[in-house]
Design a protein around this ligand. Structure first.
Ligand code: PLP
Length: 427
């Protein structure tokens, strides 16, 4: 299959092509699919070997009985192990993060849980930024402890002292195996310093017990923040959000070094939670417009955030694009993000009652959780996405029942502002 390698070219002469230029072709050889311009959906559970010898060779490598020869191309075996839609998607996703490898899952939670199970052992501990995504919070609070793994949170944005204090007070020096973070934090947009977290992880790393830095990069999305460039070992996405981008598929991905991804994929084979061909195909389609969509969403969000900042019924706007030089998070934001993304939260004057009236009055914005899609969404974190966070914890994280969270889509920004303006008038 040397021909397929032609489709793995990332350069024209010396020029390195940008990911958006490669999303329509990279990793797919039309000659292997009757000349089809687009990668078909390989809706098959198993693959035919050309000979028994070939089947034997594929299995030897897949099961780690021997290393792959440098020139050897591995064929397909069975869709729980590999499938063209999944492999091409993984190749293309790796390009955005400039990662060596990627593993795609049937959900963001599958990516998170499988990555954690592979890297953690009983008796070890995780320190994480807080708040984290509700599903992740549940997994760390109730599932990991069943396997003897302890978890400790520090409030975002946090700093080195806060993490060191947790390590000291709980005697975690020999137990710490992972620093896990979400930045910007959901729903406050607090910016956690990835480089700082990675430095702490390295301090407590030993040969026998590496401490991994893992970042859930879902909230900012692939274009505007690359945790791998700031010391993270692994980068996780709910591909349901910006990557899928059309609110029509649930999927997840982890990107990082070839060594770590190989381990994670091995566990994935036995958990059986790999992405299927249909999800893979949908995401390949989504990736072609990833930059267009995210750029349009990011630009729209700036209009909306500026509009909210000026509005008399708004108490406070939480938006990284409004950080000022005097804010402690400003420097970290400038260091690790190339744009402010398209998630905005704000406090409305009048608390939950005003918030509900506002949400019920929206017409173009849809009242729904999730984020990163083409359509704009609005929700109430205190009673929806973060309903199981106790009110005192909500306050500690910096939000309450007066907060509304917006995910900005690709609509006309003037229309979005007209919708928000009329909803404010209803209160
Ligand atoms: C949605 C989300 C997840 C979970 O992803 P699923 O695809 O729903 O499993 C994890 N982390 C963050 C930050 C999310 O927004």
């Amino acid at each position: 299959m040397t021909k397929r390698d032609d489709y793995k070219k990332t350069h024209i002469k010396d020029r390195k092509l940008a990911p958006e230029s490669l999303m329509m072709s990279y990793g797919y050889d039309p000659n292997l699919s009757e000349g089809a311009l687009k990668c078909p959906i390989f809706q098959t559970s198993t693959f035919v070997f050309e000979s028994a010898e070939e089947g034997k060779a594929f299995f030897e490598v897949a099961y780690g009985l021997r290393e792959k020869e440098p020139t050897e191309e591995l064929g397909m075996i069975y869709s729980r192990l590999n499938n063209p839609d999944l492999e091409i998607l993984e190749d293309r996703l790796s390009l955005w993060d400039e990662a060596e490898a990627c593993s795609v899952f049937e959900s963001g939670m599958a990516a998170i849980s499988t990555t954690m199970f592979e890297l953690l052992k009983p008796g070890q501990a995780v320190i994480h930024s807080a708040p984290v995504y509700g599903g992740t919070d549940y997994f760390m609070s109730f599932v990991l402890p069943k396997f003897g793994i302890e978890t400790y949170g520090f409030n975002a944005p946090g700093d080195r002292d806060a993490i060191e204090k947790i390590i000291r007070e709980n005697d975690l020096k020999d137990k710490l195996a992972m620093v896990y973070l979400e930045t910007p934090a959901n729903p406050t947009n607090a910016i956690v310093d990835i480089e700082m977290c990675s430095a702490v992880a390295k301090t407590y790393s030993t040969e026998e017990k590496p401490v991994y830095t893992v970042v859930d990069n879902t909230f900012m999305g692939p274009l505007w923040q690359n945790p791998l460039k700031h010391g993270a070992d692994l980068n996780i996405y709910s591909a349901t959000k910006f990557i899928g981008g059309h609110s029509d598929v649930i999927a997840g991905a982890t990107t990082g070094s070839a060594d770590l991804i190989k381990r994670i994929k091995t566990l994935r084979t036995f958990m059986g939670n790999m992405g299927g061909p249909w999800s893979g195909w949908l995401l390949l389609r989504s990736l072609e417009t990833l930059k267009l969509r995210m750029t349009s969403q990011m630009k729209n969000a700036r209009y909306v955030a500026d509009f909210l900042e000026e509005h008399p019924q708004v108490e406070k706007v939480y938006y990284p694009g409004h950080l000022e030089e005097k804010d402690p998070e400003y420097k970290v934001f400038r260091k690790q993000c190339s744009a402010p993304g398209s998630m905005i939260s704000f406090d409305i004057i009048g608390g939950e009652k005003a918030a509900f009236k506002f949400l019920n009055s929206l017409r173009l914005f849809k009242l729904a959780v999730s984020l990163g899609s083409t359509e704009s969404l609005a929700e109430h974190p205190a009673t929806m996405t973060h309903a199981d966070v106790a009110p005192e914890d909500q306050r500690a994280y910096g939000f309450s029942d007066k907060m509304i969270r917006l995910s900005i889509g690709v609509e006309n920004p003037q229309d979005l502002m007209a919708d928000l303006a009329q909803a404010f008038e209803q209160i």
